[in-house]
Design a protein around this ligand. Structure first.
Ligand SMILES: [Zn+2]
Length: 375
């Protein structure tokens, strides 16, 4: 039996693996940080023999509530991922798995590798109305890649999309990938209508260092990028510094920042109702966007989410608040579940790549509902 994690976004420590009946593991903290929750490892074991696996010390993980009603993801071919029923006792997540192949991968959510990210960027740059721009370099020396989709003219609205500030929230990049491909589809009426009125600036992976390192929430030096938008620095948060610089140079008429939520089993948005300049105009835009998304898909809902900020009490270090404030524009944080959408539960797959992708495509229907009134 062998357990390994020496690959892109791998993260696990073996405490004990003496027999298939007794495998004890823990998750490593993000570098220079106390956050831990993302895991990704491979088991090479005995075919048709039950393996009992416990991931321990989770009471102190970033989101202990995230393990309640959570089921681990597994894959034999690294393409098709399915859920394994799991039990959480407050500190230990335990699941029993009987492999049908010698080698099986387990992960917190379906991994989205850096290689796939590079493939996405370079496949997209071959499209007619898509330009790849390099915004800068991360602390580990990776690219901060942006795609500009649509022909830039002064009259067009500027719509920004960022994903994976928190690198373990891989659903954000699965969703964004589908949004990009819908925009690039020359036969898609929604995309064509949108690109007549708007240009999209998309950063599909804000945190490639954290992603490759197998982090949940931070970059190479333990910075939570989604608390850096008031005063980013080259030393701690170059990813935010360069994106915010590009936003200032180009302008922003709408912003979507895409995330995953560990605990809540729903898709939802968080708006900018607590920023100092919040206005009836911004509220109207938020409401129109939400109503259109509700009409477009039963995967979205507006009942469960984060508590609303009181007037003037928004945290302006958070990306969507900071951008809404600075550019006086519609800005939402979109959250997807790690577990499932409890309004449409699926015991085999839970929240999945296919559902992330569909939501990414449907987001554009909601963008279309507001695009002509953004400014
Ligand atoms: Zn997040």
């Amino acid at each position: 039996m062998q357990i390994s994690s020496q690959f892109d976004s791998g993260n696990i420590t073996v405490l004990e693996a003496t027999s298939p009946q007794n495998i004890k593991l823990t998750i490593n903290k993000d570098n220079q940080s106390n956050y831990y929750q993302w895991f990704h490892f491979r088991l090479f074991g005995e075919v048709f023999e039950p393996h009992s696996i416990t991931i321990s010390e989770l009471a102190k993980s970033a989101y202990p509530q995230g393990w309640k009603d959570y089921n681990v993801l597994a894959s034999y071919d690294r393409q098709h991922w399915f859920r394994v029923p799991s039990e959480f006792d407050g500190d230990n997540l335990t699941f029993t798995f009987t492999p049908e192949q010698p080698s099986v991968y387990f992960a917190y959510f379906i991994p989205y590798s850096y290689e796939r990210h590079l493939d996405l960027i370079h496949d997209a740059q071959m499209a007619l109305f898509c330009e790849h721009r390099l915004l800068g370099e991360t602390l580990d020396g990776r690219d901060i890649n942006m795609l500009v989709i649509g022909e830039e003219t002064p009259a067009k609205k500027k719509i920004w999309v960022t994903a994976r500030q928190h690198p373990g929230e891989t659903m954000a990049e699965w969703c964004t990938e589908a949004l990009i491909y819908r925009l690039l589809d020359e036969q898609d009426g929604v995309a064509r209508a949108l690109l007549k009125e708007a240009v999209f600036y998309v950063v599909p992976n804000m945190n490639p260092d954290g992603a490759v390192r197998g982090h949940l929430r931070t970059n190479a030096v333990g910075t939570n990028l989604n608390r850096e938008w008031a005063a980013p620095s080259a030393e701690k948060s170059p990813e935010v510094l360069y994106v915010l610089q590009a936003m200032s140079d180009i302008g922003v008429d709408m912003y979507l920042d895409i995330h995953g939520d560990e605990a809540l089993p729903y898709n939802f948005v968080a708006g900018s109702e607590g920023i100092p300049g919040y206005s009836p105009r911004l509220k109207q835009l938020e409401d129109t966007f939400k109503a259109a998304l509700l009409a477009a898909t039963p995967e979205f809902q507006d009942e469960y989410g984060y508590p609303k900020d009181k007037p003037g009490e928004a945290n302006l270090t958070v990306a969507s608040n900071a951008v809404a404030h600075k550019f006086d524009c519609l800005a939402y944080t979109l959250e997807m579940p790690f577990k499932d959408n409890n309004n449409l539960p699926d015991p085999v797959y839970g929240w999945s790549v296919q559902r992330c992708r569909q939501l990414g495509e449907d987001l554009l229907i909601a963008v279309r509902a507001v695009v002509s009134t953004l400014r």
